[in-house]
Ligand binder design. Structure first.
Ligand code: SF4
Ligand code: SF4
Length: 282
């Protein structure tokens, strides 16, 4: 049986919010009996893009992550529901029935991913249901995927084994806690959002003036084990990404033609710029 999956690529998302607006457009002012009640105009978004700024001037970037219902195979919201208010469909989609869920706040409270929202005015729990009403009407993809201009969002209907193979091939991972729940939202390049970078700028002397040191070999190690290597660019900049935050024992060895070897040791709290690193002429 083929089932739906959503794939979100952190590296391709620009944070444009088209996907968020598409879901709001679909559900605000509209209801779909058996699938969803109206989405409140104020309050949590059923499909949202989180934003995280990393680093410090001048080495700064921004990463985004989609937050929505994960369509868990072992869904805590379903376990908390009574009277069949939460259904797991054969195609993998979880639907919270807008009538049967009335008065059942425990459905919202049970979601460990912050993706089920209690609508106080209607006394129901709501979530993004993968646009199941559109897929059942023959749509090939849900609206946020259709609205995404960069390909950061993809929807795939595959057998679970095929999805697992694709995840292994493309380095897709589930969100924290997702393995145990069998979540159906997959993330690519997630460490761009969850992890840290260390960057720096190499400076030397040329003809008595400060100059960027380009093409230097920069090797990163931790506890004596090589981790990565890079070359400084035309501006003397280098960067190592996907490093675990709040980690200690890092060391950088810098080799550049015409300069002495320079070693920098540091601990990493969060993404950081190691500053201008001055190389001494050999
Ligand atoms: S993410 Fe939350 S609302 Fe969605 S299926 Fe899982 S437990 Fe239920
Ligand atoms: S539409 Fe695509 S690029 Fe824009 S915020 Fe959503 S996922 Fe990111």
């Amino acid at each position: 049986m083929q089932k739906w999956n959503l794939v979100f690529d952190v590296a391709l998302c620009t944070g444009c919010q088209n996907c968020v607006l598409a879901v709001q457009d679909e559900y605000q002012g509209n209801e779909f009996p058996g699938y969803a009640a109206e989405m409140p105009r104020h309050g949590p978004k059923w499909f949202d893009i989180e934003r995280r700024e990393r680093g410090e001037f001048p080495a700064v970037d921004v990463a985004h992550r989609a937050r929505c219902c994960q369509h868990c195979d072992q869904a805590p919201c379903r376990e908390a529901a009574s009277g069949g208010a939460v259904k797991k469909r054969d195609d993998g989609i979880v639907v919270i029935d807008p009538v049967l869920s009335r008065g059942q706040k425990p459905i919202a409270d049970a979601c460990p991913f912050g993706a089920a929202h209690w609508d106080e005015a209607r006394a129901i729990t709501q979530h993004w249901n993968f646009d199941a009403h559109l897929l059942d009407a023959g749509w090939k993809e849900p609206r946020p995927v259709q609205a995404c201009p960069t390909g950061a969002l993809r929807s795939l209907k595959l057998e679970d084994e095929a999805m697992q193979r694709l995840a292994a091939e493309q380095g897709l991972v589930r969100t924290a806690g997702g393995e145990a729940r069998g979540t159906r939202v997959w993330y690519r390049n997630l460490t761009r959002f969850t992890h840290a970078f260390a960057a720096g700028t190499l400076v030397g002397l040329e003809a008595g003036l400060d100059a960027c040191v380009a093409g230097a070999q920069v090797r990163l190690a931790r506890a004596g084990e090589p981790v990565a290597s890079a070359r400084s660019d035309a501006f003397g900049d280098f960067r190592f990404d996907h490093l675990p935050p709040a980690s200690e024992g890092w060391r950088i060895d810098i080799e550049a033609h015409g300069y002495h070897l320079r070693i920098v040791e540091f601990n990493l709290k969060a993404s950081c710029w190691l500053g201008e690193i001055r190389l001494e002429p050999a």
